[in-house]
Ligand binder design. Sequence first.
Ligand SMILES: [Zn+2]
Length: 363
Amino acid sequence: MLINQEFINHLTPVEVSFIRIGIEKLYKEKVRPDTTNYENVSSHVECCPHCGSVHFVKNGFNPHHRQKYRCKDCNAVFMATTGTMFTHSKTNFDTWSTFIAGELNSLTLEQQSIATGLSKTTCFNMRHKLYQAASRVQNQSILSGEVELDPTYTSINLKGTKPVKMPRYSKHRGKGRYRKQASSGNTLLGLNHHKVCIVAAIDEHDNMLFKVGGLGRESFDILNQFRDHYSSNSMIISDDSHSIQTFVSKNRFRSDIIPSNALTSPSGRSVASVNEMHTELKNLIRRKHGISTRHLQGYLDWLVFLKCLRYTLDMRKWRPEAYMMTMKEIIPFRCCDIPKKPMPISLYAAYSEYHYGIYSLIN
Ligand SMILES: [Zn+2]
């Protein structure tokens, strides 16, 4: 029997209440505390997670009675959860669902650990797998039509880096020496090359680009590395910065320039939507007490994912929809690789003054 809106509309209120009781009973029988993620993913096997081939055959069961498959092209044996964020995850469906709800509300790792009853390390790994799965939303979207473009900046954050691996000396905060030197004319604090440039753009259809661009001020190279994310009919709405205008003219985009002393262009366009993305990032960084530069791209991807959910869906559908959208994605790393993720910027370039001994001079 197919239950759709039309079918429900023809029923009387008492009949609908019968269906509701029936569905709730079915739900309770189906989703129990020991329901696994495998049960959600198992009916969605579409291709081999190793080579992407659609030619595979059933190949017996594993000791937990889960269907195994063998790829006819690369000969690999796999299961429904192989390569997804649920590989080797002992966390059940209910807890994953609670965890996703926590991420939708931007909880910190401590809060997630309390909400799910899992360790902070497990939550950390689950978070970065989830963000990776969500990143596909961003990487697939192509900006077109009116595109607001405005880069933003954040300080380099080395959270999670072991003291022995620090490329610089620790900053003494508050009343420490470093700040005193800064106020007495030392310009080391807040140098341009200590900032990470984040390229932010949004088009009229709410497609977004939110990428770690590189070190220091916006430049043609930083902007142009994401050239493929714009369609050729784009019209770039931006301020009159030289690097953006070079990017626009070299790619032959149309442009609408907002003069430096105005909030809107002569034709009335602004970069309000992209500034909203900046604000959301600043708020997220504050709520998480800083985000390490190593994992910054993951958080940007997650912010874009959240915004897409917000634009397209009723709030009550966010949690199941976020689960559905991410559950089949292939995660290209293992848990133990997450802390070793390569830095998106060169720390050597960022802290070059330490290598040239300037720091020791001013000490
Ligand atoms: Zn294969």
